[in-house]
Write a protein that binds this ligand. Structure first.
Ligand code: GLN
Length: 306
């Protein structure tokens, strides 16, 4: 990989690693609290090259809401534009687990990256596929070219046990008719999808097709059309960080997605995918070091989608 990028990444990685690491690990899902909070990894993958990494880049972590992008891609691939009849594409300006807008919006979630939105998309997946758990896993293994990627049943169970808020969202949306299946079944699938574990290298591989006009690089397979790819990237740009989406766009200038496991993935279309992982989160639920790393990275490279 370009030596210039390598030097920039190494410099920022070391700088941030030596600084204070504020924030809190997500503990509302009990199983996520059992993590070494000082782990820190970064991987960058230029489209046609192998990933280049620093830190704990081989360690798999809970990708949580990052999975919502892959879920959206799989359902969008099957439904085409009909998906937007059940979930909108507007930033919410609210936290990821917020209920408030659903009432005035008649049970149509503002976007697919809020919990409410991803719960509706999970409901759609159940109606589209014979065995949604198995086929979602096959899909992410295919786009990542890794046969060993898995769900964490422990994390999924741990989330379901305390998932009163998601249960409220799902039942409330069902009262508007925008959930078709049994809420318990939908929530079980949603939690399982959030429980997927990947390393930063695997995250880069999983998202490469979105930086490559919808095509997998390794075998040229079309996952999404160019137009669909643009749309998914646009939603990441405007909604990928919940009520901090404006801030991420302002500071980093790339489409991206975060998860409460401390991962962030971002991409520059036509160029590269970058993934950062550090479990401590800022008050909006986004990785403190991840946000900082990406801000310093795009500032140093002077490249962004703007
Ligand atoms: N599974 C998590 C939840 O529903 C996902 C949240 C996130 O990563 N922001 O709360």
């Amino acid at each position: 990989m370009n030596q210039h990028y390598q030097n920039i990444i190494q410099g920022i990685f070391l700088q941030i690693k030596n600084e204070e690491n504020p924030g809190e690990v997500a503990s509302y899902i009990p199983e996520l609290a059992n993590i070494d909070a000082d782990q820190f990894a970064v991987s960058i993958k230029p489209i046609n090259e192998d990933a280049h990494s620093y830190g704990n880049h081989q360690t798999r972590f809970s990708i949580q809401s990052i999975s919502k992008v892959l879920l959206l891609c799989l359902v969008y691939k099957h439904t085409g534009e009909k998906i937007w009849e059940r979930v909108d594409v507007e930033p919410s300006g609210n936290p990821f687990n917020s209920l408030v807008q659903l009432e005035s919006d008649n049970g149509i979630p503002r976007n697919p990256f809020l919990n409410a939105g991803a719960i509706v998309v999970s409901d759609m997946l159940i109606d589209l596929l014979e065995d949604p758990k198995k086929e979602f896993l096959e899909f992410i293994r295919d786009i990542t070219d890794s046969e060993t990627i898995c769900y964490s049943e422990n994390v999924a169970k741990s989330e379901l046990k305390i998932g009163y808020r998601n249960a409220a969202l799902c039942n409330f949306i069902k009262s508007f008719g925008n959930i078709k299946n049994n809420p318990d079944k939908v929530l079980e699938l949603y939690s399982l999808i959030c429980s997927v574990e990947m390393s930063t290298v695997e995250l880069c591989n999983a998202f490469t097709f979105l930086a490559n006009g919808g095509k997998k690089v390794s075998d040229g397979k079309v996952i999404l059309t160019k137009s669909q790819t643009k749309r998914v990237n646009a939603i990441m740009q405007t909604c990928g960080f919940y009520d901090e989406s404006g801030e991420f766009s302002f500071r980093v200038g790339l489409p991206g997605k975060s998860g409460v496991g401390g991962g962030i993935v971002a991409l520059l279309p036509g160029r590269y995918v970058i993934a950062v992982w550090s479990p401590k989160l800022n008050p909006k639920g986004n990785s403190y070091r991840g946000m900082k790393f990406l801000e310093l990275f795009t500032t140093a490279t002077e490249e962004s989608i703007f």
